[in-house]
Design a protein around this ligand. Structure first.
Ligand code: ZN
Ligand code: ZN
Ligand code: FE
Length: 761
């Protein structure tokens, strides 16, 4: 039976048989089982030997984990494609090795009665399979078939030129495919929410989807029938193949082939496409009948959370979709598709969600006695983290809390996880930024529940997150943390984002940074990258010199068309021009200077992504590398910290602009230059600190490390120096991984306080 601790097995037999059982449990567990530990104990002999049976779950302490949803398994796949089988073409086939889990769970322990499958009572055939220990569906909670289980249907949107009629069950898939073939946009209710789908090879449909959804610039995810179909458009390495075909079935970001016949509108300005393979029988049946990939973007209005309910889709997606492919198995928990990218030879999670969450990860050595705590994460790309019994449970990707519906959802999920894991935190943790909604919520919750709240510096949390995911023990000597990031509040009240920190789990000390530059107009500078270009030019060569020397550049014309007088007076008066040592804004400044997203960025980091694409294309296709752009390192000397100063880089870049050097070469020279500067800064800091600092490890974190070129260049440089280099793989390097760092910092702080108390007594 499932009890509060996991699976409880009573077995009798010869010693040999019992030890074989134990060995096989460890060596060949069921595909979705996760064995954390096996404990054995002798029971009295009088246990009657009876037939194999599974007893009902015991309610009680909810320690049994709810697992992540899993991609349709090979056996179920074969079944739904085989006309001889009972579940031929049945879109909800699943078994103990695959199918929905977290997305249908309302309460724990995980039993059909506490899932959205409770509404469907099993038919005799399903029931027989469910009770037969030899069957693949023995105790598969979401077991279903066309007789007793959920079903699909097609609905037409009110205003659409496409003709759709509600069809018989057997024709629904074929009718949907027909619609997609004609260029219709179909909202498809999937596993964790709705997707908006259209034929990815149809440029007009792709454009219409973008316009209707008001999603501009951001790449669309794609679903292809199989690996072969994916390879038609993208390069797929063996590791990427493994990820695509894994039971988590994430979106994998793949390098596109030169001419792939897909419309540019799928991922404007980028040479990377996110592909996933069909992960439910419904998706499988749909894609089987199409020889072209589908756009599968989340079903929502721009930046809101994905819609899950039928009624809500009817009302909210009616202006976007021409038709709806519906089903009646309710989605209890919304969960987005996960996103992963292979960089520097390893898989790197960019978004942790479906197929990965929820999951608990053991904390490093020394954290066994960590208190129960709850970390609220950041503000954008947020997630939260529960620490319980020496393990961390990271929530799935929650999205940007600035959106009201997302923030509501965040609070709903906090409650859900707290219930699922029967979590009673003793300490709450949040970012130091008082304006983050997660921080405000944590403060209110701490007050309400009378709990202590620890507020952690943003980049310390990034670095600690990287240390924890790499299993660095609690008592390890400090590392040199390099946080190349967007924005986070520093300990000195200014905005940080390009930081060198000497850090352990308890404390961190800033020992260097990028040179702080004004963000003119505050957050406006994120949306309008040229503001950063202007600020950088003013700081590094002065506007007057720039106009004297570079008035023939298109960049000059472009900037001159902006309301510079206002910006200048803002700079002079210091109004709404916070200083930021942000690496993300430096990328913005450079990308706008060479003509990317000239007026506004459609999402944070758009310029940086396009800049990376340009550089990679250049490096892949050209012999000419050109020297890395030079950066200066402003010297150490109290009270100032050493700073990476981009002034010489700007001079070189402007000369290149003047000489009409190709943009790809400039992008490559910038990436190399920045990596060299970060490496040099590291060398200087370590030399300055001397061998007694015991620092032999660097830890790389922050959103800018989702840039392959930067990550790979730095790893190569550190390797050449023999430094151990920790990077993210399991959790995102951006703010999606922040909560883990907050959690371990609070745990370490608490454990140290406790130790001191004991020592004091
Ligand atoms: Zn299966
Ligand atoms: Zn049935
Ligand atoms: Fe950050």
């Amino acid at each position: 039976m499932n009890d509060g601790d996991g699976v409880l097995i009573h077995a009798t037999g010869s010693e040999q048989a019992l030890s074989r059982l134990l060995a096989r449990l460890e060596s060949e567990p069921p595909p979705l089982a996760r064995i954390e530990s096996i404990e054995t104990q002798s029971i009295s002999d009088d246990l009657e030997s009876t037939a194999f049976s599974i007893k009902d779950s015991l309610l009680g302490e909810n320690r049994t984990r709810v697992t992540a949803d899993a991609c349709v398994c090979p056996a179920c796949r074969e079944e739904v494609l085989n006309p001889q089988e009972r579940r031929y073409r049945y879109p909800f086939a699943n078994c103990t090795h695959c199918g929905p889990r977290f997305s249908i769970v309302k309460e724990v322990p995980y039993d059909r009665a506490r899932t959205t499958m409770a509404d469907f009572s099993m038919c005799a055939d399903c029931e027989a399979e469910y009770r037969d220990p030899a069957d693949r569906r023995f105790h598969a909670q979401p077991i279903a078939c066309s007789v007793c289980g959920p079903s699909i249907w097609l609905e037409k949107a009110t205003e659409t030129p496409f003709t759709v009629e509600r069809t018989e069950q057997a024709e629904v898939i074929a009718a949907t495919v027909q619609l997609l073939d004609q260029g219709a946009i179909v909202a498809i209710r999937g596993l964790g929410g709705f997707h908006l789908a259209c034929d990815a090879t149809n440029a007009e449909a792709v454009h219409r989807l973008r316009t209707r959804k008001a999603r501009f610039g951001k790449p669309f995810a794609l679903m292809a029938r199989d690996l072969e179909a994916t390879r038609r458009y993208c390069h797929v390495s063996s590791l990427e193949r493994e990820l695509l075909e894994s039971s988590s079935a994430p979106i994998v970001l793949l390098r596109t082939r030169g001419t792939n016949g897909l419309p540019e509108g799928l991922a404007p300005g980028l040479k990377v496409l996110g592909f996933m393979l069909p992960y439910t029988p419904l998706h499988l049946l749909l894609t089987q009948e199409m020889d072209r990939p589908l756009v599968m973007t989340s079903g929502n209005l721009s930046s809101e959370p994905q819609i899950t309910a039928v009624e809500e889709a009817r009302t909210r997606l009616t202006d976007i979709a021409d038709a709806f492919l519906m089903h009646d198995r309710d989605i209890a928990n919304r969960i987005d598709d996960s996103v992963v990218k292979v960089m520097a030879g390893r898989s790197r999670m960019l978004r942790v969600a479906r197929g990965y969450s929820p999951a608990s990860t053991p904390l490093p050595e020394g954290f066994e006695k960590a208190p129960s705590l709850l970390a609220y994460g950041g503000e954008l790309k947020s997630s939260f983290c529960l620490i319980k019994e020496g393990a961390a449970i990271m929530s799935q990707h929650q999205g940007d809390l600035e959106d009201v519906a997302t923030f509501d959802d965040f609070q709903h999920n906090l409650k859900l996880y707290t219930a699922i894991y029967d979590h009673r935190p003793e300490i709450l943790v949040a970012d130091r930024h008082p304006e983050y909604l997660s921080t405000k919520l944590a403060r209110a919750d701490a007050e309400r529940d009378g709990l202590p709240l620890l507020e952690v510096q943003h980049h310390h949390a990034h670095i600690a997150s990287c240390m924890a995911e790499n299993g660095l023990p609690l008592e390890s000597p400090p590392v040199l943390g390099i946080a190349l990031d967007g924005l986070g509040l520093g300990t000195d009240g200014t905005i940080w984002g390009g930081e060198f920190l000497v850090a352990d789990y308890q404390s961190s000390r800033r020992v260097g940074s990028l040179k702080p530059i004004a963000m003119i107009g505050g957050v406006q500078a994120i949306r309008e990258p040229w503001r950063n270009t202007y600020a950088h030019l003013v700081e590094s060569i002065g506007w007057k010199t720039f106009t004297e020397r570079f008035s023939d550049l298109p960049l000059f014309d472009h900037l001159s068309g902006k309301p510079l007088a206002i910006l200048e007076s803002m700079l002079a008066s210091g109004v709404n021009t916070p200083l930021a040592s942000s690496c993300g804004r430096l990328f913005d400044a450079v990308s706008a200077a060479i003509g990317l997203c000239p007026d506004s960025a459609l999402f944070e980091g758009q310029g940086a992504m396009e800049l990376e694409t340009l550089a990679e294309e250049w490096l892949a296709s050209s012999e000419v590398e050109g020297p890395a752009y030079p950066f200066a390192i402003l010297p150490i000397g109290e009270p100032t910290l050493p700073r990476i100063d981009p002034t010489p880089m700007w001079h070189a870049l402007l000369d290149d602009l003047h000489a009409e050097v190709p943009a790809g070469l400039m992008a490559a020279r910038f990436h190399r230059g920045l990596a060299d500067a970060v490496f040099e800064m590291t060398t200087i800091i370590l030399a300055e600190m001397g061998p007694e600092s015991r620092i032999t490890t660097v830890a790389l974190s922050g959103g800018c490390f989702q840039n392959s070129l930067l990550l790979e260049s730095l790893l190569a440089l550190f390797e050449s120096k023999g430094l151990r280099c920790l990077t993210h793989s399991r959790f995102p390097s951006n703010d999606g991984g922040l909560a883990l760092g907050q959690g371990v910092i609070a745990a370490a702080t608490h454990l140290a306080d406790q130790k001191q108390d004991v020592a004091g007594k």
